[in-house]
Write a protein that binds this ligand. Sequence first.
Ligand SMILES: NC(=O)C1=CN([C@@H]2O[C@H](COP(=O)(O)OP(=O)(O)OC[C@H]3O[C@@H](n4cnc5c(N)ncnc54)[C@H](OP(=O)(O)O)[C@@H]3O)[C@@H](O)[C@H]2O)C=CC1
Ligand SMILES: O=C(O)[C@@H]1CCC=N1
Length: 267
Amino acid sequence: MSLFGFIGAGNMGFALMKACVKSFGQNQIAYYDLSMEKCSFVKEQLNISAENDNISVVNKCKYLVLAVKPQFLPEVLEEIKEAVSDHIVISIVAGVNIKSIKSILGSATRIVRAMPNTPAMISKGYTGICFSEDNFHDSEKELIYKFFNAFGKYDIFNEKLMNAVTCASGSSPAYVYTFIEALADSVVSLGIPRDKAYTMVSQTILGAAAMVLEGGQHPAHLKDQVCSPAGTTIAGIKALEEFGFRNAIMKATDACYERAVELTEKN
Ligand SMILES: NC(=O)C1=CN([C@@H]2O[C@H](COP(=O)(O)OP(=O)(O)OC[C@H]3O[C@@H](n4cnc5c(N)ncnc54)[C@H](OP(=O)(O)O)[C@@H]3O)[C@@H](O)[C@H]2O)C=CC1
Ligand SMILES: O=C(O)[C@@H]1CCC=N1
């Protein structure tokens, strides 16, 4: 028996398993993925062999993590429904709500819906979580918190907010990577070597984020401290505003949210 079973070992399943190994050890993880390539990768990276199928994963664990794409979730749930008993099902599937999972697994199934992000792999992630209304024992909740703690910070939300959480936890690392690429490209064009550009930009983002998280100061105040009167930064900020920087971020959130709602409606 293992504590945790993962169905799907792709980008996010693998990221979570990697962090889980550090907190719980290889023996506590069972998994299966349809792709033999993914299973070989997990074996190579984490030294954990895949189970033969999804049912074996369910039979081997108490906490079952669903980490397949939303469109594949119904067939996975249909496949495992008879094997699920007193498991706690942890779904990280974007847009899919607890009610719809219960409609296949049964209303008595206890579910935790979560939205992590890929930095979970190095325990620097952020996860939003919500619980189905059912009773969880204190010891189970403790274990669930330990599970999410392995990935970084987490908070508990009402399920109504989970699609909104997706916009700033699950999806936004991609925006940050796009920002890193764009800023790095722009200084490469000024002569900075590419490897230095990535380090410079990423370390700056890390530092700026730490100032907000650890310094407890308002982002606007921190921004103002960087902007010298008639200086270089305010010239850059002016250009960003001219090209709709904040508006672009807000539009991205609108689009991300709309897509999450579409996934909720479809699933
Ligand atoms: N990527 C991210 O940053 C985040 C993703 N999520 C959520 O996590 C889930 C997984 O996303 P992600 O890891 O990116 O997706 P991936 O496609 O990388 O991984 C999903 C894996 O599941 C496998 N799979 C498909 N059907 C089955 C099945 N019936 N049984 C077993 N395995 C199966 C896929 O195999 P194959 O490739 O052969 O289809 C694939 O390897 C999604 O629901 C997404 O919303 C949540 C937060 C962040
Ligand atoms: O893009 C997606 O749908 C998934 C969910 C959050 C991050 N990736």
